[in-house]
Design a protein around this ligand. Sequence first.
Ligand SMILES: NC(=O)c1ccc[n+]([C@@H]2O[C@H](COP(=O)([O-])OP(=O)(O)OC[C@H]3O[C@@H](n4cnc5c(N)ncnc54)[C@H](OP(=O)(O)O)[C@@H]3O)[C@@H](O)[C@H]2O)c1
Length: 404
Amino acid sequence: MVLTAELRKAGRNAGEARRSVTVLGSTGSIGCSTLDLIERERERFDLVALVANRNVGALIEQARRLHPQFAVIGDATLYPELKAGLEGTGIEAGAGRDAVIEAALRPADWVMAGIVGAAGLAPTLAAVRRGAAVALANKECLVSAGAIFLTEVAKSGATLLPVDSEHNAIFQVLEADRLHAVDRIILTASGGPFRTWSREEMAGATREQAVAHPRWSMGAKISIDSATLMNKGLELIEAHYLFPVGEERLEIVIHPESIVHSMVAYMDGSVLAQLGMPDMRTPISYTLAWPHRMVTPAPRLDFAEIGKLSFEAPDPERFPALRLAREALRAGGAAPTILNAANEIAVAAFLAGHIGFLDIAATVEKVTSGLAARTAGPASLDDIYEIDRLARIQAEEVVHLVAR
Ligand SMILES: NC(=O)c1ccc[n+]([C@@H]2O[C@H](COP(=O)([O-])OP(=O)(O)OC[C@H]3O[C@@H](n4cnc5c(N)ncnc54)[C@H](OP(=O)(O)O)[C@@H]3O)[C@@H](O)[C@H]2O)c1
C-alpha cells in the first residue's frame, strides 16, 4: 500500500498537537464541511490559506470569519473585490493561478485538496512536493496523473490521506501489515438518482433531476458523475492507485442506503467494512485528526431505525460509464487522462444544457476510443497536460456535433 510507510512516519510525529491547515476549494461542498469541523475546534487549528475560484463573496465571508493568513481567488479579475472585502482585516489577498499555487506552497502541515476537476492537479502537487499531509478529495488528479502523482508523493515523503468516503473507509479497515491476505476490495455506490430509471427515462433527464442526489449533498460536477456512475469509475481508478490490489480484485456493488462506505474482503472469508451516516464530515475529520479521531456533528447510526441494508450488482447496460472507466484502467497509458478530461467537458456541457444526459457517457466513449489508442502514455506532467488539452479539444468537438 503506497500510503503505509509515510503514514506511519507521519502518525508518529503528528500527535494531537496544534495543526496548521490550508483549504483549497474552501467555498465548495468539501471545503465548507472542512471549515465547519475546523470552526468547532478552533483552538486546535491555525488557518494558513483559503482558496476559491469565482465565489468571491463566500470567500470574503469565510476569511473574515476564520481569519486565515492568506485568501486567494483563482479568477484574477476578482482581485479588486477580494482586496476591498478584506480591507482592515490584515488578511493578505491573492488572485490568479500563481497565487493558488503559492497558497498550496505556504507551510501548512495539512492541506485539503478540495478543488474540483483537473484544475486541482497543479496546486495539489505543489502541496505534495513540499511534503505536506494532503487530504485528497480531488479524485480527478489521481485519475488523470496517477503514476506520476504517486512518484511525486514518494519523492517528497508527503502523506496522502484519502477523503473520498469509499477510499477513506478502505483506509480505515485495510490491515496494512496483512496486505498479502486481502482477497478483494469492494467499493459501494449509492446508484445515484437514476438507479431505477430505464435508458429511455434517463435520455430525458434534466439537470435538476441529475444533481438531486438521494443521499449525499455535493458539488454539481460530482453529483452528475454520481448519476452516470462515472464517479464510481473514477473511484475505481483512484482505488487502484491508492491501494495495492489488481484491477480484477476491485469490485463495485450498489448499496442504495449509503451506510456501508466500502469493504475489504480477506482470504479467510472475513469482510471488514466501515459504516456511518452519509456525511462527508466523518471521512474529512478522519484525515484532519489523523492519526487520532475527533468529534463530529455527523448524525449517529440507528440500526433499528434503518432496519435493513440492501446490495445489488451494477447494471453495465444502463450505466456504460462504469465499463468505460474499467476499460481505461485496464488500458493504462493515456486512457485515464483522456477519460477524465472528456468527462469534465461532457459534464460541463450537460450542466450548461447543451447535451442530454446519455450524451455524457457517449461523448466520453467517442473520445477515449478515438484518442487513447493513438496517444502514447505520459512520461511526465507536461505529457499529462498535453493529453488533457487534446482530449478536451476533441471532447468539445464531439459535444458541438451532438448539440447541433
Ligand atoms: N462533495 C463531496 O461530497 C465529495 C465527496 C468525495 C469527493 N469529492 C471530490 O472533492 C472535490 C471537490 O468536490 P465538491 O463537491 O466540494 O465541489 P464544489 O462544491 O464544486 O467545489 C469546488 C471548489 O473548488 C473551487 N475551484 C474550482 N475550480 C478552481 C480553480 N481553477 N482554482 C481554484 N479553486 C477552484 C471552487 O471555487 P468556487 O466556489 O469559487 O467556484 C470550490 O471552492 C471533487 O474532486 C470531488 O470529486 C467530493
